[in-house]
Design a protein around this ligand. Structure first.
Ligand SMILES: *Cc1c(COP(=O)(O)O)cnc(C)c1O
Length: 384
């Protein structure tokens, strides 16, 4: 293994981040509150064009509080996509609620509205639906929102991977009752770690901030009528976020360019395709994925191994939640049935997992890096 490492998606800092942090130090705002926190909330809300935001310690914390605010509790059912990162679903279990996993569709790899309808047939009264925009590609939001509205169930948008993506011109994260973003280290912008909860109603973000700061009642003495959390974003972290947000558009443009380059470079490889983009949307292309036909003898592992030889980082597609040991008892719904009834079910999500991988999508990749990656992948498919 020679030479430098090429990353899947690593932080890209620009300098303004340090200026905001320096200001925080100079004014001694080194706390889980302060001017950067307030400003970052306002700047994020302005960017995605929603009135209210609450800055939190992680995207996972934001999902947890979203569920709490919607009253999700013991025994409640929550629908979530099976093809996602476990952080989407873990908070359901924190509240002793029951996740029911929904299969993906092939057009965007996201929650299949037809399978979602099936889930409502079997479980008519879930407490909430969580939708994810995988790798930055918006889900079929019109269909999903219509189904949720018809059943009067609130939608939580896990837009952790899709900050900056739009669907019919509107930013993902602003369609549901509550939206969440993540600023973890490999996301399109990062604060090292952090999250944001956004909403159209001030009551919701107020409640989030209240719960995130130990649920202290408005009294001089420390009084608590509810269980709280220590989930607030720090003023230092928020400073990084403010600096990063100035470059979100640039990061998105670069990520889209990476996707475009791969698309062009692999256009003649009929046995593999990139992750599909929603035609109604403008994806941030956080990660470029690839899916290899079932009939092709090349496996994702072979491609990942070939790239690893050159110190190039890749990642498998998220392993579906319904295949995870920790969620073995949970039901899973496809357009063709339910795991609880039929046992193992063939699914779109499993096919994407079995035949998919994520290609290096780091915005610091040079033209030479891209050339090298492309040459290695093409070689795997016997193209020179
Ligand atoms: C990263 C991610 C999260 C979790 O965000 P953290 O800030 O790491 O807690 C949640 N959902 C999805 C889909 C993610 O990719």
């Amino acid at each position: 293994m020679e030479g430098k490492r090429i990353y899947l998606s690593s932080p890209t800092m620009h300098g303004e981040e340090q200026a905001f942090i320096k200001e925080a130090f100079d004014t001694n705002w080194v706390a889980p509150l302060g001017p950067n926190v307030n400003a970052f909330e306002k700047e994020m809300a302005d960017y995605v064009k929603i009135p209210y935001a609450s800055a939190l310690s992680a995207g996972t914390a934001a999902i947890h509080l979203a569920l709490k605010i919607l009253g999700v509790g013991q025994g409640d059912i929550v629908f979530a996509p099976t093809l996602t990162f476990s952080a989407t679903c873990n908070p359901i279990v924190y509240e002793k609620a029951v996740p029911v996993f929904i299969d993906s569709e092939m057009d965007t790899w996201n929650m299949d509205p037809i399978a979602l309808e099936k889930a409502f047939e079997k479980y008519p009264n879930p407490k909430a639906v969580i939708v994810v925009h995988l790798y930055g590609t918006p889900a079929k939001l019109d269909e999903i929102m219509e189904i949720c509205a018809a059943h009067q169930v609130p939608l939580i948008e896990d837009a952790a991977e899709s900050l900056g993506s739009t669907y019919k011109g509107q930013y993902t994260g602003t369609f549901g009752k509550i939206g969440i973003y993540s600023f973890n280290g490999n996301k399109i912008i990062t604060t090292s770690g952090g999250g944001m909860l956004v909403a159209w109603e001030e009551e919701i973000t107020k409640k989030a901030t209240f719960l995130a700061t130990q649920a202290r009642d408005p009294a001089r003495h420390y009084q608590h009528s509810q269980i709280g959390y220590n989930y607030r974003m720090s003023n230092i972290t928020a400073g990084i976020g403010r600096g990063q947000l100035l470059h979100l558009e640039e990061h998105k443009a670069r990520k889209k360019e990476i996707y475009r380059q791969y698309k062009e470079a692999f256009a003649d490889i009929a046995e593999a395709a990139l992750n599909p983009l929603n035609k109604e949307g403008d994806a941030n292309c956080w990660l470029t994925g690839m899916k290899i036909d079932k009939s092709c003898h090349i496996t994702p592992d072979m491609v990942m191994d070939a790239l690893a030889e050159y110190n190039i980082e890749t990642r498998p597609v998220w392993k579906p939640m319904h295949l995870q040991p920790v969620f073995a008892d949970c039901d899973f719904i496809t357009v063709n049935g339910s795991k609880a009834r039929e046992g193992d079910l063939p699914s779109v999500a499993q096919e994407v997992f079995d035949r998919g991988l994520c290609l290096p999508s780091d915005i610091k990749n040079t033209a030479e890096d891209m050339e090298l990656i492309i040459r290695i992948v093409r070689k795997c498919f016997g193209r020179m």
